[in-house]
Design a protein around this ligand. Sequence first.
Ligand SMILES: Cc1cc2nc3c(=O)[nH]c(=O)nc-3n(C[C@H](O)[C@H](O)[C@H](O)COP(=O)(O)OP(=O)(O)OC[C@H]3O[C@@H](n4cnc5c(N)ncnc54)[C@H](O)[C@@H]3O)c2cc1C
Length: 569
Amino acid sequence: MEVYNHDLIILGTGLAGLRAALEASQQSKGELDIALVSKLQLMRAHSVAAEGGTAAVMRQDMGDSYELHAWDTVKGSDFLADQDVVDFFVHEMPKEILHLDHWGIPWSRTEDGHIAQRPFGGHSYPRAVFAADKTGHLEMQTLYDTLMKHTKKINRYDEGFVTSILIENGRFAGLTMIDMINGRFVLIRGKALILATGGAGQIFGFTTYSETVTGDGLAMAYRAGLTLKDMEFIQFHPTGLIPSGILMTEACRGEGGTLLNSNGERFMGNYAPSKMELAPRDMVSRSEMTEIEAGRGFPGPDGLDYIHLDLRHLGRAKLLERLPLIREVTIKHIGLDPIDKPIPIRPVAHYTMGGVHTDIKGHTPIENIWAAGEVACVSLHGANRLGANSTAECLVWGRVAGEEAARYCANASAAEMPKTAEQEWAKIEALIQSKGTEDHYQIRKELRKNLDATMGVFRTGEQMEAGLKKIRELKERYKSISLKDKSLRYNTDLERAVETGFMIDVAEVATLGALTRTESRGGHARRDYKVRDDENWLKHTMATYTEAGPKLSYSKVDISMWKPVERKY
Ligand SMILES: Cc1cc2nc3c(=O)[nH]c(=O)nc-3n(C[C@H](O)[C@H](O)[C@H](O)COP(=O)(O)OP(=O)(O)OC[C@H]3O[C@@H](n4cnc5c(N)ncnc54)[C@H](O)[C@@H]3O)c2cc1C
C-alpha cells in the first residue's frame, strides 16, 4: 500500500469539486496542498452533460427578485426545502454567474449584450442563465482553466477509484483508492475531505445519468457513519429520449417546445393550466404517465410507451442557435431531425434530491468532512428540485465548502494514521480471489430493473415492499460474487463489482424511506397515499447505517418564511 499526504482532499471533480478546489486554492493564495480525486479523467464528470442552464436572479430591474426565486424553489420542493437554506442560496447565486463571466465563460447573450436567460420549469421568471445547450460543459471548462491559473499545489488523481472513507477517533483520516492506471492500492491522507461525488442515477435502468454515476460517495459516507437524508425523493425528468433515456433538456420546453399525446393534444392544459409544459418536473412527469396509462401515448419498445416533444414550430434558425446539441443527439441516436419530426420521450430517472446530510455551510457532523453538489443534501430541493437549481447548488456550496475547509486546514493537523486501511484492502483482495458463483453484472441488471418497476413516477406500498425484498435478496447474493479479471491494472471488472455494492446500499435506503413515508410529496407520489400529509410528514427522513440495514429517524424542516399551502400551477 502506498501512502500520500495532502492538506485538503476533494473527492469528485464535477462542478462542485472544481468550484471547491478553486475557492480553497484562492483562499490560501495557491499554497494549500490539494488532492483532486476522480474515478474518471478529470473533465469527464457527469457535470459536463448539464445542458439547459443555471438559475440565478440577474434582472431585478426587469421584475425578478430574490424573494420570487426563493418562493419558486420552496413551492417546487413541495415545502420540504429548508427555507433558510433557500434564502442563502438565492442571494449567493448571482455572484457565481458573475464570477464565471469574469473568468471567461461564453454565456449566451441578448442582442443588447446582457447575459441571456431562458424560462425553466417551475420558475416564474426566465431565470436560467445558459451557454447554448452545453452549459455544464462550458462551466466545467471555465472552472478548470481558472483553477490551473491560480493554483500551485493541485495534485490530480485521475482514474483513482475510491473504495472507502476512513474515520479514526471520530475524524476523517483518509481514503482508500485503487490507482486504476498502475494497478496499485493507495491510501490518501488529508486534514479534511470535501465529498463531491455526485448522484446515483444509475440505480435505475432508464436514466439520463452516465454509466459512472453509481452513488459511490453516498454509500461510502453512509458506511462511514454519516447520515443520508431524504433519499426517497428521486426526480423523474419529463423528457428522456426513447429508447436510451438520453436527456432532452428542459430548455426544449423553455424555448417553446410542447408536449403532445397520441391524439395530437397539448394535454398539459388539463393538469397545470397556468404553467403548461413549464410546470415543475414532478407534475409534468405524472401528467405524461397519466396520459400514457389512459392509452393516449404511443406504443414504444420494451414497454417504453411515449409522448411527443414537439419542437417543429420553433423553426430551424432557433433550433440551431439554442438547441444544437439536442438536434445532434436525436439525429445521431435515432435518425430523427427535430426540425421535421416530434421527438419520442417519456419520464426518466434523473436526480437524487436526497444525499449526505449537511448543515447550511455544507458541513457534515464529522468535524473535518464537508459535502457539496448532488451527493449532499443541504435541503435546498426538498421533495422536488427545480430545473437549473442543481448546477447552481454545485457552484454555491462548492464555493462555501472550499472556503470553510481551507480555513479549517490552515489550523488543523492530520488525523492519526487510519488503522482500518489494511482491512479495506483485505476485503478487496478477498473479492479478487473469490470463487463465488454469483455474477455481479447480473445483480446490477436485476437491481436497476427492480427500481424501474417499484420506485417509479407512481409508487405503491405493495410494490415497494416487493422491491425492498428483492434488494435484500440481491444484497445476500452479492456476498457470493466473483470476478473474471483477477489482475489489478485497469481492472474495470473489480470497479463495476464494488460500484454495484454501493448501488445496493443506496437503493435500500431510498426504497425503505419511500415505503415508510405514507404520503405523496413532490417526486414521491403514492397511489395508496395520494395527498401530502403535513401533520405527520413535514419532516426529513434521516437514514443511518447498521449491520441489519438502514435505521430511520426524522428531523425538522425550516419553514421560517412561508407556511405550506396547496401546490397549484
Ligand atoms: C444529462 C444531464 C443534464 C443536466 N442538466 C442540468 C442543467 O441544465 N441544469 C442543472 O442545474 N442541472 C442539470 N443536471 C444536473 C446536474 O448536472 C448535476 O446534478 C451536477 O452536475 C452534479 O455535479 P457534481 O459536481 O455534484 O457531481 P458530478 O459532476 O457527477 O461529479 C462526480 C465526481 O465524483 C467522482 N467520483 C464518484 N465516485 C467516485 C469514486 N468512487 N472514486 C473516485 N471518484 C469518484 C467522479 O469521477 C466525478 O468526478 C443535469 C444532469 C444530467 C445527467
